[in-house]
Structures are given as structure tokens and as C-alpha cells.
Write a new protein. Sequence first.
Length: 276
Amino acid sequence: MNNITPKSSTPGMPLIVFKVGKMTCAVDGASVISIQRMEEFTLTPHTPDEIFGSINFRNHVISILDLRTVFGLPTRIKEYSDFIKMLDQRKQDHINWVNTLKESVRNNTHFPLATCPHQCAFGKWYDKYDHPNKKIMFHMERIREPHNKLHYAALDVAKIQEKDCPEDEKNEQIQEILRQVENEYMVTVVGLLDSAKTIFKDIYQTMLIVLEDIQQIAIAVDEVVAVTNLEEVVVEKESLMYGSMVQRFLKGKNDDDIIYHLNQEALFKRLMNNMR
């Protein structure tokens, strides 16, 4: 826990508060001349990774400073790419799971994979997953029921195999379960994982905050969350982090929430040093 001590209230112009990864940061609202989605930009060759590229803004070409790279975080593009790879792998895992279940029934052998939905690789990730976006969480919650049914079907098959009844009756019941697994549960899970990609693509849109001081620059951020005044605090543990990039610390909604008020002069200098 950080040692936070209130210091003073922020007077005057409100701050623009935004997210960079799990960090919450802010810049002076007086310096912000535009907030927009980063839809079209030009890559700048032979520049460090911190320079995302440039945009044409009101007939001026201005450079984009990527704050994720500045703070040592993976880029938005890489984070999204890694997430898509993970979803594709978990989708293939469940396709393989269903094929293995069918094979074990066909060969009358023990089913070796997870029958508990919380024990497969996706389930372990899913149980811990949290996201501030309600649309994403609503969509991910829809996966729970068909995913549970998919895994529990293997237990249902095992119970039927142990029943004392005619083989024809057993086979009929097992084939009905396999039909549900392949044509209902798996189709639903795979479809929801695929549609999650589109939802996440919309969420992973980078925002640009255009600042003007001595010159204009754009900073690439994840999401703009508020325009507000905030209380300054003294934070002992965090005081040396990020050096001159942070000019002071602000108090968030909860006592332990820290908002980093960025030093805009340091941002300009960082950009200029990268452009040399």
C-alpha cells in the first residue's frame, strides 16, 4: 500500500484524465486542443519506438509520442495481437477437447482431458479475468454457461458408460450428448470467442490527446476517462518512479488510487530527443 498524504486542491483549469495500461495519468486541460481517435496516421521511419508516427492536424504535421512505450509497457498493437493469439489457441484447445472426447467414446478408453471448466487453460484465465469495460464483461459472461456444459458433458458420458443398462441404450444417450457437445456447446463457445475479437478491436482503439505549448504534439493513450479537478497528494513510495515525466501525484476515487500528473515540458523534451 502506498503512503498517501493529502496536500492541496488543484485550482483553475480541470485536468484531462486518461489510462495508459493500468496507469491513470493526467495533463493540464488548458494545454489540450483536441481529443480524437487515432484512425489515420503516418509511420515515421528511422525513429525510436516511442514515436508512434505522425498525423495531419489542421494542416500541420505533428508527431505522436506513444506513452505506453515511454512507460515501458507493451504497445496497444502487441497487447491486442497477443490477446487474439490467446483466444485462437483456447478455441483450438476446445476443438481438440471435443475430438478427444469423441475418440475416447469410439475407442472405449479413458478421457484424459479436463472435465472441470475451471481446470482447462481457458477456464483458469477466465476465472481471473476482469476488465473495466462493461460491454466486454457482459460478452465474456455469456461464455460461462456453454463452456461449463461442454466440460461437464464428459462427466455425463462417464456416468452413462457405468450404467447397468443395454449397450444400445447407452450408445444412444452418449451420442445425444456428443451431438449437443459438437453442435451446440462447442459452436457457441467458439462463436463467442470469435466475436470477442471484434469487440476487443473496438475497445483497443488508441486515443490521441493533442497538446500545445511551444509546439504541438500528440500523445497516444488508451482511453480518456474524465475531465475534472483533483487533489494533490504526497506519495512516498512512488516519488522516484518515472523521473521527470511526473510532476506530481493526484488522489483518485479510492484512497490507494494514484493519478500521475504528467510534466508536459518533459513530454515535449522527450519527443524532441527522439526526433534527433
